[in-house]
Design a protein around this ligand. Sequence first.
Ligand SMILES: Nc1ncnc2c1ncn2[C@@H]1O[C@H](COP(=O)(O)OP(=O)(O)O)[C@@H](O)[C@H]1O
Ligand SMILES: [Mg+2]
Length: 614
Amino acid sequence: MSDSLPKSKSTLPSRTILSLLLEIAAYAAPRGNKQMRYRIIGAFTCLVLAKSSNIITPLLYGGAVDYVNGDAGFSALVLWYILGAYALSRLGQQIFSEGKEYLFSRVAQRAVRGAAMTAFRHLHLLSMRFHLDRQTGGLTRAIERGAKGMEFIMTSAAFEVVPLLVEVVLVSILLWAMFGWPYAVITFATVAIYALFTVKVTEWRMKFRRQMNKADEQAATKAVDSLINYETVKYFNAEEHEAKRFDVSMRQYEDAAVLSRTSLAAVNIGQGAVIALGLVLIMGIAGHDIQAGKLSVGDFVAVNTYLLQLYLPLNFLGWVYREIRQSLIDLERMFGLLDEHPDVQDKQGAESLRLQEAQIEFKDVHFAYKDRAILKGVSFTVPAGKKVAIVGPSGAGKSTISRLLFRFYDPQKGSIEIDGQNVQDVQQASVRAAIGVVPQDSVMFNASIGYNINYGRAEASQAEIEEAAKLASIDSFIKQLAEGYDALVGERGLKLSGGEKQRVAIARAILKKPSIFLFDEATSALDSQTEKQIQSALNEVSESRTTLIIAHRLSTIVDCDEILVMREGQIAERGTHADLIAIKGLYAAMWARQASGFDIERGQTALYEAAIQQ
Ligand SMILES: Nc1ncnc2c1ncn2[C@@H]1O[C@H](COP(=O)(O)OP(=O)(O)O)[C@@H](O)[C@H]1O
Ligand SMILES: [Mg+2]
């Protein structure tokens, strides 16, 4: 079973079938939800009634045959009574079945929704570390498949397979009581052999199915990857190459699918043979019993009907068996996600951050991603209402500082405090509520521009949204769009230029009205003209608010209260712009380069390299 599971490094406990079923049950009938329990009881009652009708029907049918055939006097009225009862029992079977569906579908769908919601919420609870290691597509597929699997097990397993097994036992008992043990034994044996054969052959066939799935996933991956890289494909005239790559997987799929279908013939023919044999044996015995006067023609008809009634649904058994197995695998994966623990967690009984003046303090912070040390003892303070800037080469750990403050990760050593409270001791949500971030790479939701700005504070009015947009210098751009604030930004915001995206991100951070601002190269994608414009707006909104600026262009931070120069995980220089110029160190060298107009766009790395080589 496990070999079709994607290989996972985590050592999560695997579940038994029983524990999976218990988990499903917990979602189906949550504690305290009386309505769902009544529905389940009602559905099972309907099921029993439907099956009972199902069992009576052949008897009435046989009774009618005997009555018409009988030697006793014939009365049309009696015949109609019998036929009426026959019709009613057939109809009853249908009505109770539908009643069961009606009562149970709400239970099944509610359970699916509950489990999917739990998994979805949980995914948002998990840490950055988890999400960076996973493929988002894979996670949503896991939820989607898990939910489907759950639905299948609840509807098919609970209401088709189990009742079918019960029916086999009941009919066997009935046949035994009415016609003698050979009937019961043959019926039961036929079903048992049928089931065993189906399971074995299905096991064997599953490898074709797996090959199909694998080829299918590969084809999908290649198709998506090549479409995402649409531009690159065009740059290199690689359409034919991409098509060939895609076709390799499609050919594998074709072969596996043909094998899968061909092998189905073996299943179908084998199943047919088992049933034919069972039927012949029973009908033979019945024929002899009629000859011997032990059975009436009506009994013969009833026995035949029972068998057909039993054997017909068996046809689905192979398919149902395979689906149930697959569903269990998918479910295990979905529930497995719930076992992942977030590594950044609120402490037991953690309270909300009590904001006073919003002073930030880093005390000897050490941090490594896995085993690569990034920060090696970083200490600084952003006093309440002041502005502190961090500069340094790309890869120095500047964004890491902002992620630690926002508590995407916890430092291995040292502490980060806001107003004297360690961010690890208070609720994450309250820390995040206090901070407005403009990240280095702003990604947009695939919705309207207005929606994306509104994301900063859901309850903001349209006027406030437009005000924020004005401050971020994006208002006039939006106004000139045909659809204005309703214009769609495309997936991940791809219809906007880098600078426009940054301005939307700034607008939504402004809208949030946080006590602390965190700008991570927030204006790096803007031209100097627009940057100046926004810079003054940013100065205005962050006036007297605690602000941490990670800067790209030094000209934007000359007014800061303190500037920290990062180098190899430590703060190499610190002071005001004037101080740093005066000591003629790294900062002064970088400044000289940028101020001389030396290709600013080449980025800080080049400048920095140049600076330290001097
Ligand atoms: N999730 C991660 N896992 C491993 N390494 C990371 C991760 N995020 C960033 N890094 C590495 O940490 C270093 C510092 O990154 P970052 O703080 O983003 O630098 P910057 O100063 O350019 O903002 C980089 O070398 C980067 O490759
Ligand atoms: Mg960065």
